[in-house]
Write a protein that binds this ligand. Structure first.
Ligand code: FNR
Length: 190
């Protein structure tokens, strides 16, 4: 079987190191995972005024999340938290009230930063948000990646074997986690 993974890059930067990390993760992931990006950059700022008549961008975002077996967030840390563009996308997915797209959706959170905490505080913030949205999260392993351009090529090739092994292991565990949650969500299970 194959599993559809929608990934969100939490950066709008054209030279995003998190986009490079997303390419590395896709290269190293087990073959049962198929990836497609869930774009966030064209979403307007969310307002409850949109709830009565969700605009196409908001609808497309919710549809893309719904079509994914699992969601992977690959994001920078901004000011010790979640980048506004990513939080805005999550807010779009969470509404209109009663149609939270993230409920029971298996998720993974990973990110890279030039600093040595490697997005740890962003990831912690994301866990609070995703817990509230009832999204199961891969709890272990965690991966806090300090970006090094000598390790990550722009196409996502990883030259350091230790880093490559860490990321490969992360994606193997993520795949197993997605499959466990899908099984638990299947009709007939409590
Ligand atoms: C940052 N950066 C940053 N880094 C970090 O480790 N912790 C932080 O809290 C912040 N805060 C922050 C705020 C803002 C507004 C910017 C623009 C940047 C630095 C950040 O990690 C660096 O710019 C990365 O390159 C961002 O990832 P992308 O956009 O290259 O994927």
């Amino acid at each position: 079987a194959t599993y559809k993974i929608g990934y969100l890059v939490g950066s709008l930067a054209s030279n995003s190191i998190n986009r490079i990390l997303s390419k590395a993760l896709i290269k190293l992931a087990p073959e049962e995972l198929e990836f497609s990006e869930v774009p966030i950059k064209d979403l307007p700022l969310y307002s409850p005024d949109y709830d009565a008549d969700y605009p196409p961008a908001g609808r497309a975002f919710k549809d893309a999340v719904a079509a994914s077996d699992g969601i992977l967030f690959v994001s920078p840390e901004y000011n010790r938290s979640i980048p506004g563009a990513l939080k805005n996308a999550i807010d779009w997915g969470s509404r209109p009230w009663g149609t939270n797209s993230f409920a029971r959706k298996p998720t993974g959170i990973i990110g890279t930063s030039p600093g040595s905490i490697g997005t740890a505080v962003m990831q912690s913030s994301m866990r609070s948000v995703l817990s509230f949205l009832d999204a199961p999260q891969l709890n272990a392993p965690e991966a806090y990646i300090k970006f090094n351009k000598d390790v990550f090529a722009e196409d996502g090739a990883v030259s350091d074997s230790h880093t490559a092994e860490l990321l490969r292991h992360y994606m193997e565990e993520y795949s197993a986690f997605v499959q466990r949650v899908l099984a638990a969500n299947a009709p007939g299970h409590i």
